[in-house]
Design a protein around this ligand. Structure first.
Ligand code: IMP
Ligand code: MG
Length: 179
């Protein structure tokens, strides 16, 4: 599997440093608040487990799983909920944890949905951001690293459900896509 990797963009150490920095920032920003972390399955799982270890606050975690409807070549901008939250988020300070923000279609729909549940506040933390690909009007308040418009895998991110278990983030060799 490691032979399929063309270039490592973020090493394990880079990722841990990002988690530490973001965790410290979140700890400072959410003092005294009722923090409720929502991980978006499945890509955010590795990032979430590392990030919350650096947040020095009492917090709750939950997960959502969504799938984007892609009719033809353009995304319709709607998402289907495959797994909803297990508890109420009313009056909570909700932090969505995502692996990567690309077009923003997914997070735009999720934020609109969660906002309608009378939360106290709603923010997004994303490990990676590809700003050049944005279509929806959405930004994350907390960004680990901005990256160029290139497909990446590892540390939760997949290509055809594979490579999520790589401990770093990288790009794939062109021959992998030709298989
Ligand atoms: P968006 O709705 O276009 O912002 O898509 C975000 C979702 O697309 C992420 O949660 C990922 O599942 C997936 N995605 C976007 N870019 C990549 C990538 O470079 N590698 C793997 N998955 C990606
Ligand atoms: Mg995802």
């Amino acid at each position: 599997m490691k032979n399929d990797v063309k270039e490592v963009l973020l090493t394990e150490d880079d990722i841990q440093e990002i988690c530490r920095t973001l965790g410290e920032k979140l700890t400072a920003d959410y003092q005294g608040k009722d923090l409720f972390c929502v991980g978006i399955l499945k890509g955010s799982v590795l990032f979430m487990t590392d990030l919350i270890k650096h947040i020095d606050l009492p917090l709750a975690i939950d997960f959502m799983d969504v799938s984007s409807y892609h009719g033809g070549t353009e995304s319709t901008g709607e998402v289907q909920i495959l797994k909803d939250l297990s508890s109420s988020i009313e009056n909570k300070d909700v932090l969505i944890i995502e692996d990567i923000l690309e077009t923003g279609t997914t997070l735009k729909s999720i934020t609109e949905l969660l906002q309608s549940r009378r939360v106290n506040s709603l923010e997004i933390v994303t490990l990676l951001d590809k700003p050049n690909r944005r279509k929806a009007d959405i930004e994350a308040k907390y960004v680990g690293k901005k990256i160029p418009d290139e497909f990446v895998i590892g540390y939760g991110l997949d290509y055809q459900e594979k490579y999520r278990n790589l401990p770093y983030i990288g790009t794939l060799k062109p021959e992998v896509y030709a298989k």
